[in-house]
Design a binder for this molecule. Structure first.
Ligand code: PLP
Ligand code: ZN
Length: 414
């Protein structure tokens, strides 16, 4: 039988896995889930076909901290496509480019990987009401998984700063959505205070169980590349939980003896919300929170990322780097990915491609490198941004001639 517990990333104190705590009661730092694995880990069929255990989060159940696999709250999350992008390879002069398309998840973002584990833990803990602060996708995902589990769900979002697709999901799944006159960071501050009250179960990425689910994306990439490790892994960074989850996932593959080296981690922030990038450039030990953040990539519009410490560590220890990209670069990348490869990612999910375009121009990537970009969310989450930045389709009369005329093709040539 596998055992697991919680360990503080600051002072190292340990707590039972069933403790209803989100941060270290002694020093306030974040908690990590640690395991003592037994033989059961050998049941994971690494690189051996997907038949009885399809690619997805629960393929790796022996490496996840749940008490009873029969009781997991799941909709088949993970198992997302890793798409080779040959057109972009040619255009950017990069050896191999893959996009891990997390828009394939049940509610359209990688958040579902974390929520299937997190909401399962909420049920185990006997919680009745889940709560989160959200830039959008966390609320979509938590609302859906809470609905499935029969739990009430409360969501705090920054007023006017959440994409329409995401908001509509939270509403239709029955969450109680409150639009806070403030930033995401304000919402999270409030949620952290409210969850001192045991009536509310916190499901932001402070919750260590969320990252356990998210780490499975690293396992999938390893399997989808037939056991190879990418040279670079390029990830958008907001609250910085996801980059830490990938770091943990690849780190575990190394501990299990499946790989020798980790990819270099590239954390990409939006220029208008880039505290981790700033700390990286300055070689600082810590971040300086930014109060006034702004970017079209609302999913990463965060000025005070809770997971900054391990994010900087992941970047530094793997010989990677932190980068910042402008809104214009993000939108250009979103369009390029969609128009060259048929992949529609929301703006935050296109940030890695924005970095790649820039890096290839500046010679920061080699011609023979294999890179994996994480497209964290589906483009349909935020249709408003496309409609806003592109021209409206021209209206034409209902006749073949006026269609041809609008297409500027002469009628004779057809
Ligand atoms: C949540 C989210 C991010 C940021 O992930 P963090 O773990 O907060 O760094 C990036 N892109 C999308 C689409 C998201 O939903
Ligand atoms: Zn501690």
């Amino acid at each position: 039988m596998r055992s697991y517990w919680l360990r503080c990333i600051g002072c190292g104190r340990e707590y039972p896995g069933s403790s209803r705590i989100y941060t270290c009661p002694a020093c306030g730092d974040l908690l990590d889930v640690v395991y003592e694995h037994g033989d059961e880990v050998s049941r994971i069929p690494w690189l051996r076909g997907y038949g009885s255990r399809p690619l997805g989060v629960w393929r790796y159940r022996e490496l996840l901290p749940v008490e009873d696999y029969g009781k997991v709250v799941s909709m088949g999350e993970g198992g997302t496509r890793l798409i080779r992008c040959r057109n972009l390879e040619r255009e950017l002069g990069v050896g191999e480019i893959y996009v891990k398309y997390e828009g394939d998840n049940p509610t359209g973002s990688f958040k579902d990987r974390g929520m299937t584990v997190g909401v399962t833990k909420a049920v185990e803990a006997g919680a009745r009401t889940t709560i989160c602060a959200s830039t959008g996708n966390t609320s979509s995902s938590l609302a859906a998984y809470s609905a499935r589990a029969g739990l009430e769900c409360v969501v705090l979002v920054p007023a006017g700063k959440i994409a329409l697709g995401k908001l509509s999901q939270a509403i239709i799944h029955g969450a109680r959505v409150l639009a806070v006159r403030g930033s995401f960071d304000d919402c999270l501050r409030i949620v952290r205070i409210l969850t001192r009250d045991k009536r509310f179960y916190l499901l932001n990425s402070i919750n260590p169980f969320r990252l356990e689910g998210q780490k499975t994306a690293a396992y999938e990439i390893y399997e989808q590349l037939s056991g190879a490790v990418p040279d670079k892994l390029i990830i958008p960074v907001g609250n910085a939980g996801n980059i830490v989850a990938y770091w943990k996932g690849f780190g575990e593959l190394r501990s299990l003896g499946l790989i020798d080296e980790l990819p270099s981690f590239v954390g990409v922030q939006a220029a208008g919300a880039a505290p981790i990038y700033k700390a990286y450039v300055e070689g600082a030990d810590g971040i300086k929170p930014i109060k006034d953040v702004e970017t079209v990539a609302t999913a990463i519009r965060i000025g005070n990322p809770v997971n900054w410490k391990r994010a900087l560590k992941a970047i530094r220890e793997t010989g990677g780097l932190a980068a910042a990209v402008s809104d214009a670069e993000i939108l250009e990348a979103q369009r390029l990915l969609a128009s060259r490869e048929g992949i529609f990612a929301e703006p935050a999910g296109a940030a890695p491609i924005a970095f790649l375009i820039k890096a290839s121009r500046e010679g920061l990537v080699e011609g023979d490198e294999r890179v994996v970009c994480i497209a964290t969310g589906h483009g349909l989450k935020d249709p408003g941004i496309v409609v806003k930045t592109f021209e409206k389709p021209p209206e034409v009369d209902a006749s073949p001639d006026s269609v041809l005329q609008a297409l500027e093709i002469s009628a004779k040539a057809v």
